[in-house]
Design a protein around this ligand. Structure first.
Ligand SMILES: Nc1ncnc2c1ncn2[C@@H]1O[C@H](COP(=O)(O)OP(=O)(O)O)[C@@H](O)[C@H]1O
Ligand SMILES: CC(=O)OP(=O)(O)O
Ligand SMILES: [Mg+2]
Length: 407
């Protein structure tokens, strides 16, 4: 029998599951897909078979009640292309797990004890860890013989110095409740900071990079010589930048004020800040494409939402510049970072004195891979670097499952 070389990666979010099936002999993708709007009446399943598959992209809407049903839909889609989970070519299943606390600094083979620890962290990642757990348990039930590997969003940030990772609150209280800054999107920050060094033709150990991961959730990180020294998310993925539906930084007293004066409960405020704030709270839309369109029509609420988003981003670029002392590159990634040229231009506008500038022509271009968008004279490279959390999770999963990774 040949050695299995395929890895299935599951990235379970609060209301979606993204997946990729890869062949780790060359890290090529055999299929990619997405189940979104889980729990709504019109969930969408989009499945694209790739290399050698020969089959067409398929899309359908159907009510998918929960993550377990979503995983079943994923298994069915793969099976239709002869890529089912029963395949003997599958070597392992890799899972993105958002919160790993302080304990998980490396990819980890899932055991009952690991599951219990991920469960214990649910209160600090309520939108994410429950979905991750369901993904793992469902995959285990389908393939109990395979290693299930958890790759943690928090792992890359465990190198942050205490000056960055501690909050300035009473130490005993903080320690008793493990309150500190953990940071998230670490797989993406690690991958993109390395890819940026590669784009510059330099070793990651030599370069300082500010990574701006701007998806639905958004975070910034300062990476020095390949190690994370600061990041914008904290105890939970709520701190930092303005996001699609999350507020990012606010004065914590806003919460007490809402409790005491507006009579809101802790759960109501949690929902307000996580789901009804950010871009959606400011203008009713969390999709940057829609915001661009409305700005084009002269819509003042969309304009203000954009300005607040970019203002916060610029503050973080300045802050991380100061933290790093010397910056070699600023890298934009994820849905907004990779696609929204106006966000990139506005975030860097006026920072010429810091050596930062964007070339309008390069910024407006559309292309697949990593690319520079700064003019030749700029001291600091500004780059668009597509992230690929799934491929990175596959690489780490396969390595842990004993495979030789060539790509
Ligand atoms: N062409 C585009 N122009 C501007 N923004 C875009 C474009 N495509 C995607 N986006 C933004 O990217 C977001 C999704 O980013 P993504 O990284 O896929 O998020 P997540 O992984 O958190 O679901 C969308 O909500 C939208 O705001
Ligand atoms: C941690 C986090 O915010 O993840 P996402 O962007 O997938 O919501
Ligand atoms: Mg994402």
């Amino acid at each position: 029998m040949t050695t299995p070389t395929r890895v299935l990666v599951l990235n379970s979010g609060s209301s979606s599951v993204k997946y990729q099936l890869l062949d780790m002999r060359d890290a090529s993708r055999l299929a990619v897909g997405l189940v979104e709007r889980i729990g709504e009446s019109s969930s969408r399943v989009a499945h694209t078979p790739l290399e050698g598959g020969g089959a067409e992209r398929r899309e359908r809407t159907a009510p998918i009640a929960d993550h377990a049903a979503a995983l079943k839909a994923v298994a069915e889609e793969l099976a239709r292309d002869g890529l089912g989970l029963d395949s003997p070519e599958l070597a392992a299943i890799g899972h993105r797990v958002v919160h790993g606390g302080l304990r998980f600094t490396e990819p980890t083979v899932v055991t009952e004890e690991v599951l219990a620890e991920i469960e214990r962290l649910v209160p600090v990642a309520p939108l994410h860890n429950p979905a991750n757990l369901t993904g793992i348990r469902t995959a285990q039930a389908l393939r109990p013989d395979l290693p299930q590997v958890a790759v943690f969003d928090t792992a890359f940030h465990t190198t942050m110095p205490e000056a960055a990772s501690r909050y300035a609150i009473d130490v005993e209280t903080a320690d008793a409740h493990r309150i500190r800054r953990y940071g998230f999107h670490g797989t993406s920050h690690a991958y993109v900071s390395r890819a940026t060094a590669e784009l510059l033709g330099r070793d990651p150990s030599e370069v300082n990079v500010i990574v701006l991961h701007l998806g639905n959730g958004a975070s910034a990180s300062a990476v020095s010589g390949g190690r994370c020294v600061e990041t914008s998310m904290g105890l939970t993925p709520l701190e930092g930048l303005v996001m699609g539906t999350r507020s990012g930084d606010i004065d914590p007293a806003v919460i007490f004020h809402l409790q005491r004066v507006a009579g809101m409960s802790a759960d109501e405020i949690d929902t307000l800040l996580n789901k009804r704030s950010g871009l959606v709270g400011l203008c009713g839309d969390n999709d940057m494409r829609e915001i661009h369109r409305r700005i084009g029509e002269g819509d003042p609420a969309a304009r203000l939402a954009f300005d607040i988003y970019v203002h916060r981003l610029k503050k973080y670029i300045g802050a991380y510049y100061a933290v790093l002392g010397r910056v070699d590159a600023v890298a934009f990634t994820a849905g907004v970072g990779e696609n929204a040229a106006p966000v990139r231009a506005a975030a860097v506008a006026g920072l010429e004195e810091l050596g930062l500038a964007v070339d309008a022509g390069l910024n407006a271009e559309r292309s697949e891979g990593a690319r520079l968008i700064s003019p030749g004279y700029a001291r600091v490279a500004v780059a668009v670097v597509p992230t690929d959390e799934e491929r990175e999770i596959a690489r780490q999963t396969f390595a842990l499952a004993g495979g030789e990774v060539n790509a």
